[in-house]
Design a protein around this ligand. Sequence first.
Ligand code: PLP
Length: 412
Amino acid sequence: MAKISYRVRPETAVLTRGFDPKLSVGSARPPVYRSSTFVFPSPEAAELAFNVVLGKLRPSGDYRPDLIYARLNHPNAEILEEQLVPLERDARAAAIFNSGMAAIFTVLITFLERGGSMIYTRPVYGGTQHLIHNIIEPLGFRSIPVAAGDGKALAEVIGQTDNLSLVLIETPANPTLTMTDIALAASALQRRPRRALLAVDNTLLGPTFQHPLSRGADLVIYSATKFLGGFSDLLAGAVLATDPELIQTLTGTRALLGNILQADECWILDSRLSTVALRMNRQSKNAQRIAEQLAMHRRVRRLRYPSLFDDQEQIRIRDAQTDYPGSLMSLDIDGGKPGAFEFLRRLKIAKNAVSLGGVETLACHPMTTTHSEFSAEEFAAAGITDSMVRISVGTEHWRDLLAEFTRALDAL
Ligand SMILES: *Cc1c(COP(=O)(O)O)cnc(C)c1O
């Protein structure tokens, strides 16, 4: 596209950058470039591209190396990455992966230094917890969990941990929605003599409602399978940063692991970006209306949702770092596990499935599904009970959803 030289807002940038129709026979939408290898204009160009990619030569100006091989980079990944950047406040570079877990693993294996430690908030996504226990710790890295939302403890542990390489915050935490103060962690990290990175898993509220880079985070991580993809039909992950060198280091690892997102998936995900804010806004409005009604139902013992926080510190963090409450809620239902299962069995519009962020409403029982790898101690520490159901609200009409949830609760 004709390059726009003035600043435009994210909704405009996502539709106007990253792709030049002139390079693709005038096609208004990017084509899918299904090619594993790319032809060089000359042997000299091939030599130069390899020297730049292997870090032997620093490119001058805005020279971009010719494409080499699709494990390193390919046109659809480049287009997608350029279009992701304006959606994330203060981001200057992005790297795309073939799942959220691939993104998290690549961040950890790239930035944990030899003998290094990491700190993470708990609860985290079940897969992340499993990755830390089963791969990161056996490789010899130390990992220290800190309760989500406990800023004082987090700052203390950041101050005291030897050889700290990385802090991973998931906020709001899944499935309890407990929020952790990103800016507070960033300032605790700044007081350390040696740089350690702050990474935030922004899957639950980003990129529309929460902006970790503008609060001092170094890396923002996504399961793009969720809100970015939005239709529960693809797996993808993304990492964004203000510092392009961090992304370059990461794509170096990605080139070796081969976990770049494939061309077709990039093309699909790319077509979803212009509606991320539209979908998230609608889903958040739906969820807020439903949550505030369901919280009063006699069969609901506790409903966790950001607009219903009652803890003063949680309210402070929510107001400081999030724009809207989002579309995830967790409710503790009367009658323990049987009550929760009975509720799930009665749902017809909402589907009993894990995952979140899609246009269709999904509900699950975290203790026996997404978080079933947790130990009893981890469940207790995280506040995940056997009566808890997590709901990800979609774009259906909120009155239909509220009526269905109310009917299912009434029948218990
Ligand atoms: C789903 C999810 C992940 C993992 O992403 P995949 O795309 O399933 O690999 C990581 N973090 C959070 C918060 C998630 O919800």
